[in-house]
Design a protein around this ligand. Sequence first.
Ligand code: EPZ
Length: 417
Amino acid sequence: MKKLIINGQHELTGEIKISGAKNSVVALIPAAILSDDNVTLYNVPNISDTLALIDIIKLLNGKVEYENETMKIDTSQIENKVVPENLSKKLRASYYFMGALLGKFHYAEIYFPGGCNIGSRPIDFHINGFKKLGAEVTIEGNKYIFKANKLKGARIYLDFASVGATINIMLAAVKAEGTTYISNAAKEPEIVNIASLLNNMGAKISGAGTSEIKIEGVNHLHSGVIDVIPDRIEAGTYTIIGALLGKNLKISGIIEEHIDALLSKLKEMGVDMIIDDNDIIINHPKEYKPINVKTLVFPGFATDLGQPMSVLLTQADGMSIFEETIYENRMGHIKYLQKMGANIRVNDRTAIIIGKTPLKGEEVVATDLRAGAAMVIAGLIAKGTTTVNEIDHILRGYENIVEKLQNVGADIKTIEE
Ligand code: EPZ
């Protein structure tokens, strides 16, 4: 079992380069199979989710070359096969093969997806969208079967601006007959990244990044090329670490408008940052003002940054309120912060955090990906040694996190026990 050992309270100085976005690449790789030729992705992060999706592409007879963050996928011989449970279970984003296989072959058989245990995470919006396009959906045990004689463009309204449903419906609609409109679509930057690849392959998608997306069906999608956008959640996580321990710490390769909400809340706390093009230079202040954080869909405060942010709030002088509105259960990290000395009271999806409380190193567990990030942040500021267990969750979403932190002075290492 892999663990992280962290000795806290080291100031961090130097440069952290942000990698390609996990939540983009996990949709771009399945989207690639819609090409009748090949697709090249640049800036692909080497994380376990990427490797899990390569396995599915290879199962479907796609050829993959992946080195130095560049991935070339030959999709000219892609075959339609059942995506087995041992692969689909590895991550939630395996569900993008539903839309991609349905869009390409009008048929898909795929076992239920996996993903962090942060809520029930149904996929009813995806299913309803596929049905509106003309697909029949049946469930056999833990397996979905999607089939359509043909896919016809439709008007689809999303009850909630779901990232996954918006992308999956786009993948199923891009070769449908006629035009599809998605209303109340998610506006996250990842949606724009996927639409850009599909348009580069010859699709006709407009409005990505707004709540109204129009997709005019085309018959053929040729080869495509795309740069994976920087990971805004990784960037936000390291910016929060910089707010706590940075001394001229440079976070490079970010897109400022993708983390506007976070930067605005950090400024409200009294954190000064120099933002210069695609870099942030950050020096941690001596004290932090308490604030309220409420997670929302983009461009609101990202739900994936709520857990990391709650660690910073334990160091603010006074009462802060952290409210999670997107998922039912993103408080898995709180009991470990309390074990380390934080003063937090949780009521359903709201945490009342009273600071400033010094944290002490403890044995903790990464209950999900972003809770794991919160444990790393807590270990970095705690007095003494913190051991983080079940770190596979963390390695799914943060490329080379140990090396990136060691390079700026953190005392952190991985051990195998
Ligand atoms: C994506 O998940 C991200 N994952 C999540 O990041 C992120 O938190 C989320 O978007 C919101 O930004 C990937 O991109 C792989 P949603 P997704 O559909 O698509 C409910 C991380 O840490 N819902 O916008 O699953 C759902 O249960 C991960 O990197 C339905 O009820 O998010 C949730 O409460 C965690 N029915 C809410 O909507 C549906 O059909 C938002 O889900 C779909 C979603």
